[in-house]
Structures are given as C-alpha cells and as structure tokens.
Design a protein around this ligand. Structure first.
Ligand SMILES: Cc1cc2nc3c(=O)[nH]c(=O)nc-3n(C[C@H](O)[C@H](O)[C@H](O)COP(=O)(O)O)c2cc1C
Length: 213
C-alpha cells in the first residue's frame, strides 16, 4: 500500500512537471510569434514610408520661377512662364512695398531713383525660398529700372548659395532691352551658371513657350 502510494506520487509529479514544461514551451512559442509579427509589421511601415518619400521626391519640381513685380506686369509674365516650364513660383516681396510715389522716375528723390543711383543699395525682402536646395534651375524675373534689374534682385540673389545652379533672368520693360542687367547682377552670385536674360514684355504663353524651349 505504501509502495503503491509512492508510485502514484512519482507519476503525479512526473505528469505535473510535463504539463508545466508544455506550458512554458507554448508561452515561449507565443512570444516568439508575437516578436516575428511585430518585426514584419515594422518592416512594412518602414517600406511604406520610404516608398512615400520616394514618390514625394519624384513629385518635387526642380525649376523655380522667382520674380519681383512692382505693378503686376512681371507677375503676369512669371505666371505664364511657370506654367510653360512646369516650375514652382515664388514672389519676391519687399519688406516695404513700393508706392506710386516711390516708383516716380521723374522725381530724382523718389525711393526708386535713390535706390537705383546707389548700386550697392539692398532693399530688404520680407519672405524667403526655404527649399532653394531643391532647385537646379531658377528663373529670376523683374521690371527693368533705369536699364538694369532693381537692386532688390541683388538682395534676393545674395541670400542663397546658387553655386552650380542655372540662373535665367527674365524681365518686362517699357521698351528697353536688358541693358546692363548682367554687369550688375552676376557679381551677386559669381558661381552660378548665368544665361542671357529673356524679354517677356507683352508675350503670350505660346510665345513664351517658343522662347524658352
Ligand atoms: C523706377 C522705374 C524705372 C523704369 N526704368 C525703365 C527703363 O529703364 N526702361 C524701360 O523700358 N522701362 C522702364 N520702366 C518701366 C518698367 O520696366 C515696366 O513698366 C515694367 O513692365 C513694370 O513691371 P512691373 O509691373 O512688374 O513692376 C521703369 C519703371 C519704373 C517704375
């Protein structure tokens, strides 16, 4: 009877240990499975966001049309140009807007006359192109003032590292050509690759297309 009792106890302990071991194994299995599932899900999320940022990069434009316009003529030309060359567009906004009195070229004391007489004047700009690195080609537009680009264009050009970028000036005017634009503009970004200025005065979208392609 005593022996039978001992045998029973041994069998009981043996089975109990076996059950404990099985439980331990299934817990380990479940945990491993959970870890593998999490790793796979994480991988998928990473792949997804990498794909998304690739697509975003592909959709980013590499051409920028930046312009300053005091009375709207260059703005209209810039908008047509940006459509034609499939570019982002950026308006160069003076910190202090030019009033009609500022633009009076008959008055030697008007703001524009004073600024244009002093070639080292650098009128302040209110806004900035935050992602200039993105662009390989930058069209820069302006009205001709006293046969050159307004000095606010020098301010703009000097704000960025344009080394290696292709810069294509364009302008509108009351009748004159680019004048000495390049003489006063290129020293502001000597390492950029400058192209000849394009006259967009009175040009339609079709005409602009022919001029830039
Ligand atoms: C201060 C000032 C100077 C100007 N100088 C010239 C000039 O030298 N030659 C010219 O053909 N037009 C000149 N213009 C006319 C402008 O270039 C022309 O009206 C231009 O299309 C205006 O562009 P916006 O409307 O984008 O400012 C001048 C205009 C201003 C206000």
């Amino acid at each position: 009877m005593q022996k039978q009792k001992r045998n029973f106890k041994t069998v009981y302990i043996f089975q109990h240990n076996k059950i404990k071991e099985m439980k331990r194994l299934s817990t380990i299995l479940a945990l491993s499975l959970a870890v593998i599932l999490c790793a796979c899900a994480g991988n998928k999320v990473e792949q997804g966001s990498a794909q998304q940022s690739n697509t975003e990069n592909m959709n980013k434009k590499t051409t920028l049309v930046a312009y300053f316009s005091a009375t709207g003529t260059t703005k209209a030309a810039a908008e047509k140009l940006a459509e034609v060359v499939d570019a982002d567009i950026h308006e160069i906004q003076p910190e202090q807007l030019y009033t009609d009195a500022d633009l009076d070229w008959h008055n030697q004391q008007s703001r524009s006359s004073v600024e244009m007489k002093n070639k080292s004047s650098r009128p302040a700009i209110k806004n900035k192109v935050e992602n200039m690195d993105q662009y390989t080609t930058v069209y820069i537009g302006y009205p001709i003032w006293w046969y050159i680009a307004p000095t606010i264009i020098n301010t703009f050009v000097e704000q960025y590292n344009l080394e290696g970028k292709t810069i294509i000036p364009f302008f509108t005017s009351g009748g004159s050509g680019a004048g000495e634009t390049m003489k006063y503009l290129t020293p502001s970004a000597p390492k950029a690759s400058w192209k000849d200025p394009i006259n967009l005065t009175g040009k339609s979208k079709n005409e602009i297309e022919k001029l830039v392609k």
